[in-house]
Design a protein around this ligand. Structure first.
Ligand SMILES: [Zn+2]
Length: 332
């Protein structure tokens, strides 16, 4: 356990504007102007609260501390910032519970230092702020798998948004229909993320580990369990010696804590040991005791919904393999 540190201003400015940082600081001291509202603050998604700049910056600072530790470590290293992953914040305005975009700031620092990074986002929502930050950069491979923007915030992240200029092909979106389950999500992951990241061969991987894809998340409409979450964590842990995970979304608190524990164990090669397994002879005390393990019982979506989802996934995969992969030399 390491204490986070605030990100120095000159580093925040590699992504955010000075004007926006000042608005955040002022709002946190109760100074509200027309610019505050224009910066997306004071909404139900991004309320104004005391010391909001300092607190947001500290939450984001954990990602920078983790990145430094991982880069300084000899050989394989993984750091996790449960309070990070603010993928919706833009350079000059707040969105979707995100004020300071830790991923964009850290990504800009890595690029300044000549490092190439891959960003893997398995949160249920499209990582729109990160996409924008690196849309024309061929040194940042940005991949987001999410519930389609046709049915959920932020309404973006379609397969035909694949980057521009020299960044063409280095931004990959995999939008999935409602009720996509473990099988659909994992297929998308293995057929898109794995070949793209392996071909790119990054110096470091940033991993947005939102757990709002789970079936009983109150804000989304997917049907995942943490079994696929574990599999994706395990796979992402193999992509690079250096891995920095961030919590991201997850609005069922039990799901978030259980899934992150499962992922932490998977990436670190720790065998999960539940001292309570069997002791209560099947009594259901709480969701954490489901099946006597941290892993969920599987959910299988079947019938016409599954068929429709499989067809839609096949369509998106075909597009990515035919249109996006050739631009970056990936064999689909
Ligand atoms: Zn989310």
């Amino acid at each position: 356990m390491v204490e986070p540190e605030p990100i120095p201003r000159e580093l925040l400015l590699l992504f955010h504007t000075e004007k926006y940082l000042k608005i955040l600081e002022d709002a946190g001291r109760g100074e509200i102007t027309e610019d505050t509202i224009k910066a997306g603050l004071g909404t139900s998604d991004n309320p104004i609260f005391k010391d909001m700049f300092e607190k947001s910056n500290l939450a984001s600072g954990g990602t920078l501390v983790g990145t430094r530790l991982v880069l300084e470590a000899e050989g394989k290293a993984f750091a996790f910032n449960p309070t990070g992953g603010f993928h919706h914040a833009y350079s000059e305005y707040a969105e979707g519970f995100c004020y300071i975009n830790d991923i964009a700031v850290v990504g800009k620092i890595l690029r300044r230092d000549g490092l190439r990074f891959a960003y893997v986002d398995i949160d249920a929502h499209h990582g729109n702020g990160v996409e924008k930050a690196f849309y024309d950069d061929d040194g940042a491979l940005v991949i987001s798998i999410h519930q389609t923007g046709k049915t959920i915030y932020p309404g973006t992240g379609f397969e035909n948004s694949f980057g521009e200029g020299k960044g063409e092909g280095y931004n990959i979106n995999v939008p999935l229909p409602v009720q996509s389950d473990d099988e659909i999500f994992l297929k998308a992951f293995y057929e898109v993320v794995t070949p793209a990241v392996e071909a790119f061969s990054p110096d470091i991987v940033l991993f947005e580990m939102g757990t709002d894809t789970m079936s009983n998340d109150p804000l989304t409409n997917l049907a995942l369990t943490n079994n696929s979450f574990e599999a994706m964590a395990l796979e992402t842990g193999r992509f690079s010696e250096k891995l920095v995970g961030m919590g991201g979304g997850g609005y069922n608190v039990d799901n978030a804590s259980r899934s992150w524990a499962v992922a932490w164990a998977a990436i670190n090669g720790i065998e999960m040991d539940n001292p309570y397994a069997g002791v209560l002879s099947g009594m259901m005390i709480g969701p954490e005791l489901e099946g006597g393990t941290l892993l969920d019982n599987p959910i299988y979506v079947t019938g016409p919904t599954k068929e429709r989802n499989q067809k839609e996934l096949d369509r998106v995969l075909k597009y990515i393999k035919e249109t996006v992969f050739p631009k970056i030399g990936v064999e689909g």
